[in-house]
Structure formats: structure tokens, C-alpha cells
Design a protein around this ligand. Structure first.
Ligand code: ATP
Length: 327
């Protein structure tokens, strides 16, 4: 713990730019110069490129594209989300880890980040493949809201992911109702919301996001290549994953606070700007029935309004949607 705090102080001093003397780093962290040297070596092991200057100072040349809290935390602007960052290089499921942390009393905003997730899940117990260069992340919310608001969090997360991706790419991300983030019509992100609640109130809600960011095209499994892609595959080059995570947390927090302060309408309005579902002919599998028709709108709760060929409007709370040709 103490070690981590010293590393953070050293890093903070190095991030201010230029060459920083070993003595200044020792003073900033309140440790000896030998200890500074040890921490510099530890930072290098994490992938930081640090040059030791001729004048016995240190200069930060490059930060790694890592999800380690030492990389993600500097520059994080949120008040609540990500104040606690739990990092795993490899994990079975970030949702499982956060569920346990929530049960043990973790506060709202706790985030679990993993480089590799071995048993990620989609909806209806389908699998989510964690691809190299991706991000697996879960975020804990404790809203005092009714349980039927859960699906609004899927749409809220979609808006935040699309905006964070758009912040680093020229190609616009699109949102497919209810939980897919697409680039050029293929999926780069899946979102899952799980909760514990009683009949009246959500006790806690965990948003899980799996994102294909810097995945090389050849690392997209052949079985999903028709429907899946990555930011790197579509944009031709990598983006900064730690910056994306910071940005994503800031946007999630922004829309979450708005959802708490008012209602779903600010999120709905933003979702509509990114949507690639409405105005299209769709096939919807609701688990009980298969419907086909026009995806006409989402209502003030986030439900999809599907108009079938007889003109009847169906209000769908959840469904698997396949997009047909443009109307
Ligand atoms: P659909 O994409 O068919 O609408 P869905 O959005 O409900 O379904 P999820 O249950 O959220 O999908 O995600 C699981 C599905 O996503 C899997 O069945 C698989 O087809 C696909 N998938 C799994 N891993 C990835 C990935 N890394 N990138 C893109 N798609 C993936």
C-alpha cells in the first residue's frame, strides 16, 4: 500500500515533465534515493519508459498502454467512479470479482479492470470472448432506483462507450438496441447489467463492459469475424486504452448523475444521436416470440417500440435484435 503511494508520488513528479532529480523524487515521496531507484525499476517493469539522465535525474519518455491503476489514475476527473480501481492481469470474470467486492461492502464507483477475462458473459448466459488488446471492466452503482430501471443502464453505458470511442477515432460508433456498440456495422463492445435488489429498490447494480480496442484483425476469432471487429481493425491503428477508460468513467458518471437528478430523457436524447437501430426493419427475438417490423422509437423508459406489418406497436423491454435492410 505504502509502496503504491510512493510510486504514485514519483510518477506524479515525473508526469510534470522534464528531467527530475533523484533527490527531488526522494523528497516528493518522502523516501531515500535508493528507494527511488527501486521504484523507478518497478515502474519500468510495468512498462513505463524512464530515461536516467546524465545529471542523475529521471525523465519519463512514455507511459504504457496498460490498465494498471498507476497508468489509469493520473488524469482521472471523476468524483465517484474509479476512486477505487481493482486491477487484474487475468481474471475469470470482472463481474464476479465486483459482485464479491460489493457483497463485502465496497462503495459505489468501485471499478474492476482486467487485461484478460477468461469467462466473460453476454446476455442469456452467452459467452463474451476477451480479445488481446481489449478491455474488460465492471463498475459498481448503488442507485436508489426501482429495479425496472436496470435496462436504462445498458443504454447509458452504450452512450458513454460510444462517446469515449468517438473521442479517439474518426469513424463514428453506433448503438444497437439494447446493448451493442458497433463500428462499421460490426460489434466492438458488449454491455451487461446485473443487479441485486428487493421489490422496490436496487441494492447494487454492476455494469460490465467488454471492448475490442487494440485487437489486431488476425486476433478476432474466425467464428465471430462476420459480426465482430475492433477499433484498431477499423481505424488502422491503436488508441490509448488508459485514456479511453478515464474518458469512459467520466462519461458514465456524467450520465449517471443526470439519470439520478432528472429522469431517463437526457440519456435517451444522447442515445438517439448514436442509434443505428431506429428507422430500420428488425427481427426481434424476445425469448417468448419472434417479431418482425419497423424499429420505430425507444420510449421514455428505454423500451423499444416495434411496429409490426399490421401496424400494431409492441413495447419490448429486452430482445435479441437483427437489423434488416434500411427502410
Ligand atoms: P447479438 O450480438 O446477437 O445481438 P447480444 O448483443 O445479446 O447478441 P451478447 O449476449 O451481449 O450479445 O454477447 C454475446 C455474443 O457476442 C456472443 O454470442 C458472440 O456472438 C458475440 N461475441 C462474443 N465475444 C465477442 C467479442 N469480443 N466481440 C464481438 N462479439 C463478441
Amino acid at each position: 500500500m505504502q509502496d503504491q503511494a510512493s510510486k504514485e508520488r514519483i510518477l506524479h513528479a515525473l508526469l510534470s515533465g522534464g528531467e527530475v532529480s533523484g533527490q527531488s523524487l526522494a523528497d516528493a515521496a518522502g523516501i531515500s534515493r535508493t528507494a527511488v531507484w527501486k521504484h523507478i525499476s518497478g515502474l519500468r517493469d510495468l512498462g513505463f519508459s524512464i530515461q536516467a539522465g546524465a545529471g542523475k535525474g529521471y525523465r519519463l519518455l512514455q507511459t504504457p498502454d496498460s490498465l494498471h491503476p498507476l497508468v489509469v489514475r493520473p488524469g482521472l476527473t471523476t468524483q465517484t467512479l474509479g476512486q477505487t480501481l481493482e486491477y487484474r492481469e487475468e481474471v475469470d470474470s470482472t463481474q464476479r470479482v465486483l459482485r464479491e467486492l460489493a457483497r463485502d461492502g465496497s462503495a459505489e464507483g468501485c471499478v474492476v479492470l482486467a487485461e484478460r477475462q477468461m469467462r466473460g458473459k453476454g446476455r442469456r448466459e452467452r459467452g463474451w470472448d476477451s480479445l488481446p488488446g481489449g478491455v474488460a471492466m465492471s463498475v459498481l452503482f448503488t442507485p436508489r432506483l426501482a429495479p425496472d430501471r436496470i435496462s436504462q443502464f445498458l443504454l447509458l453505458a452504450g452512450v458513454a462507450v460510444a462517446e469515449a470511442v468517438n473521442g479517439q477515432t474518426k469513424i463514428r460508433a453506433g448503438l444497437k438496441w439494447p446493448n451493442d456498440v458497433l463500428l462499421q456495422g460490426k460489434k466492438i463492445g458488449g454491455i451487461l447489467a446485473e443487479m441485486a435488489s428487493d421489490a422496490e429498490r436496487i441494492e447494487h447494480l454492476i455494469l460490465g463492459m467488454g471492448l475490442n480496442l487494440n485487437t489486431a484483425p488476425q486476433n478476432i476469432p474466425p467464428g465471430i469475424r462476420d459480426s465482430a471487429t475492433s477499433v484498431r481493425a477499423e481505424c488502422g491503428g491503436p488508441i490509448s486504452r488508459p485514456r479511453l477508460v478515464r474518458d469512459l468513467l467520466a462519461r458514465l458518471e456524467h450520465y449517471y448523475f443526470r439519470l439520478l437528478q432528472s429522469d431517463f430523457s437526457p440519456v435517451r436524447q444522447e442515445w438517439l444521436r448514436h442509434n443505428v437501430t431506429l428507422g430500420r426493419r428488425v427481427r426481434a427475438d424476445t425469448n417468448n416470440a419472434v417479431l418482425e417490423g419497423l424499429a420505430a422509437d425507444i420510449d421514455h423508459t428505454g423500451a423499444l417500440l416495434l411496429q409490426d406489418d399490421s401496424g400494431t406497436t409492441h413495447r419490448l423491454l429486452a430482445a435479441d435484435i437483427s437489423l434488416r435492410s434500411k427502410e
